[in-house]
Design a protein around this ligand. Structure first.
Ligand code: SF4
Ligand code: SF4
Length: 55
């Protein structure tokens, strides 16, 4: 499974960063560090812009 931020949709609201339980989302460009991500999907559910894609 790959979880990715679609930069063209991201508004930079940072909700995903606040909700991630393992601090796997980097703030400067809002990207997910897959080595830390536990694939809980909370970020995708919380994103108001539907910018987080799960494949
Ligand atoms: S799926 Fe969960 S652990 Fe992975 S980046 Fe999103 S909130 Fe963080
Ligand atoms: S919640 Fe969605 S729109 Fe907000 S910073 Fe994260 S990816 Fe971007």
């Amino acid at each position: 499974m790959i979880i990715k931020v679609d930069q063209s949709k991201c508004s930079g609201c940072k909700k995903c960063i606040e909700i991630c339980p393992v601090n796997a989302i980097e703030e400067d460009i809002v990207s997910i560090d897959m080595s830390r991500c536990i694939k809980c999907r909370s970020c995708a559910v919380s994103c108001p812009s539907k910018a987080i894609v799960i494949k």
